[in-house]
Ligand binder design. Structure first.
Ligand SMILES: Nc1nc2c(ncn2[C@@H]2O[C@H](COP(=O)(O)OP(=O)(O)OP(=O)(O)O)[C@@H](O)[C@H]2O)c(=O)[nH]1
Ligand SMILES: [Mg+2]
Length: 221
C-alpha cells in the first residue's frame, strides 16, 4: 500500500500502517511482536517463516491500526525478503545486544531496503533487544546510539522478557511515519498555494492585456 492509499484508507476509518520487523535469527523479533500484541513472553525459539499481526493502538491520542509483518531471520527462510521490503511503510531493524554479528547485520538490512525501494529516506527504528541479559552484553548502548544517529533514526534498547520499551518501538515508528506525512502534506499545500498564486498573477496580467488591446489596435490602424 502506498502512502496516499493509506491516507485514503484513513479517511474511510482508522489509518492502517504497514510495518516490517527485520533482523538476524533468534534476536527476538517474534518475542517483541508477541509481547506488543498479546502481552506475553515467547519462551522458545521457533524460527519464523513469516507471520502477520494486527493491532489497534491509540498513539498521541490518534487511533492507528498496525499491520506488523514478522519476518524470518534464519537464512533458509529469507526468500521472500525483497517482496515484503516493497510493501513496508516502516521498518524495525532488530539486533540482540548479546550478539555482535546481529548488530553488524543491521547495516546490511538497511542497505537492502534502500536497494529494493530505490530510496534512502525510509522510516525505520533500530532496536537492541535482550537488554535484560547485561552479563552477556556484546554491543554497548553507545554503539547502537551511534548507528542510529548515522542512519538518522530512533534507537531503543528493549527487553521482550521485561516488556521494557516494547510499546516505545512500535509507537516510535508510527510517530516517525506521521511526522513525514505531515511534512509531505505541508509541502503539497505550499505547492498548491504557489500554483494558486501563480494563477492569480497570470489572470491579473491577462486582464491587463485585455485592457491594453484596444490601444494596440488603435495604433495598428
Ligand atoms: N532474555 C531474553 N530472551 C529473549 C528476549 N527476546 C527473545 N528472547 C528469546 O530468544 C529466543 C529467540 O526469540 P525469537 O523471538 O523467536 O527470535 P526471532 O528473532 O523471531 O528468530 P527467527 O524467527 O528465527 O528469526 C527465544 O528463546 C526467546 O525466548 C529478551 O528480550 N530477553
Ligand atoms: Mg521469529
Amino acid at each position: 500500500m502506498t502512502t496516499s492509499q493509506s491516507i485514503a484508507a484513513s479517511s474511510r476509518g482508522v489509518r492502517l500502517y504497514k510495518l516490517v520487523i527485520l533482523g538476524d535469527g533468534g534476536v527476538g523479533k517474534s518475542a517483541l511482536v508477541i509481547q506488543f500484541v498479546s502481552h506475553r513472553f515467547l519462551e522458545y525459539h521457533d524460527p519464523t517463516i513469516e507471520d502477520s499481526y494486527q493491532q489497534q493502538a491509540r498513539i498521541d491520542g490518534e487511533p492507528a491500526k498496525l499491520d506488523i509483518l514478522d519476518t524470518a531471520g534464519q537464512p533458509e527462510f529469507t526468500a521472500m525478503r525483497e517482496q515484503y521490503m516493497r510493501k513496508g511503510e516502516g521498518f524495525i531493524l532488530c539486533y540482540s545486544i548479546t550478539d555482535r554479528r546481529s548488530f553488524d547485520e543491521v547495516m546490511q538490512y538497511k542497505k537492502l531496503i534502500e536497494r529494493v525501494r530505490c530510496q534512502e529516506d525510509i522510516p525505520l527504528v533500530i532496536v537492541g533487544n535482550k537488554c535484560d541479559l547485561e552479563d552477556r552484553r556484546q554491543v554497548r548502548t553507545e554503539e547502537g546510539m551511534a548507528l542510529a544517529q548515522r542512519l538518522g533514526c530512533k534507537f531503543y534498547e528493549t527487553s521482550a522478557v521485561l516488556r521494557q520499551c516494547v510499546d516505545d518501538v512500535f509507537h516510535g515508528i508510527i510517530r516517525d511515519i506521521r511526522h513525514r506525512e505531515r511534512d509531505e502534506l505541508m509541502v503539497l499545500e505550499k505547492q498548491s498555494k504557489k500554483k494558486q498564486r501563480k494563477k492569480q498573477i497570470q489572470s491579473f496580467f491577462e486582464r491587463l492585456n485585455v485592457f491594453k488591446k484596444p490601444s494596440h489596435s488603435s495604433t495598428d490602424t
